[in-house]
Write a protein of this length. Sequence first.
Length: 61
Amino acid sequence: MKYENEKHFGLRVDAETLLKFRYVCAYEGRSANSQIIQLMRRAIADYEKEHGKIELTDQTP
């Protein structure tokens, strides 16, 4: 199911890193996409824990 707020994000990565990442994803029982989303959410949570909540504005990069 596609949601209106979903955005496409392209990523360039070397073949060995991608193969190893997919191995980890399979071990975790996730698709590569789901694993990347989990890693992004963890990075955001870690940042916000240290620096405070990120407030999004029209000028947010």
